[in-house]
Ligand binder design. Sequence first.
Ligand SMILES: *Cc1c(COP(=O)(O)O)cnc(C)c1O
Length: 351
Amino acid sequence: MLTFAAGPSKVYESVPKYLQDAYSEGILSANHRSDQFMRLYQEAESLMKEKLHMPDDYKLLFTSSATENWEIISQSIVESASFHIYSGSFGAKWIKFAQHINPKSAGQKIAANEEIDVPELSIPEDYDLIAITQNETSNASQVPMAKLEEIRDKFPEKLIAVDTTSSMAGIELKFELADFWYASVQKCFGLPAGLGLLILSPSAIEKAESKGESGRYNSLSFMLENARGYQTHYTPNVLGIYLLNRVLKDMPEIQHFDQALRERMKKLEDCIIGTKSLRLLVDNATTRSTTVLGVAGLEETIKKVKSAALDQGFQLGSGYGPLKPTSFRIANFPAITDQEMDGLMDFLVAY
Ligand SMILES: *Cc1c(COP(=O)(O)O)cnc(C)c1O
């Protein structure tokens, strides 16, 4: 069975070998205060710079998941409240966690087809952080880097946090445009779940230190204190970090993935547009995701396509939340080969 689910998603075919290597190299029992682990952490950080173009003065932290990162940002960074701009279920979950910690946090919900109207955007002064779900996996929409740049230019005094859980390691991110970037590895990184990444700008680090929130196991100040010596605040997913390094080493620089995924997504979109009974979930090409395609249709069509796909050995990603009965999703992640995507398009073209 080949999965096109948008997470957990297909892992790179090299993963079984790397799992075996991890065992042979003694990684599975490595102590997280050992030189071996510290080198692994340091290497992960430099690979993120080399392959994903994370800036030199940004810091990589390891967490358990993207969900944990929502909470860390609210507890350790936000002073008064965060302001969320979101269109789908993941953005909605983020604001809910944020409000639990900082009840004044608020947001603006937009449609998946709608572009953020930055000139019209007004965010009161006491909202000190802007939260954006760059790639909204649930409805297959995205916020382009150009839009983030507009937001950055208009609100230079606010910190910006960006959820790139299903786009980091797939598209090229302009890290200078925000202070917090996070992901988990079971999406574009093509790895098994269980590891979250949190990337901080120098201003983000400064804010964590000036707020000084401490005492929780995942207080940012505590995490940063450990990270300075390339250690972690708890025994981390060492295997996950090892696999991350192996996969990053294999990767070309991110602009090549970015280009390839954009071209492949265009073909996939054209395939859906050419079908009789299926259509794109997001009409606006500017807000349509590069890494996840949403396909919409009548409930009975969607059901039929999903079940016929299974017979062919293709698992399509179900629609998310309220979109479940009338849509499915296709991950356009780097671990999926062009040949596999061609196979899927050959199947879909008949509908
Ligand atoms: C998958 C996903 C999450 C949640 O990731 P976890 O690793 O399960 O915490 C959050 N945000 C977005 C946009 C996602 O796609």
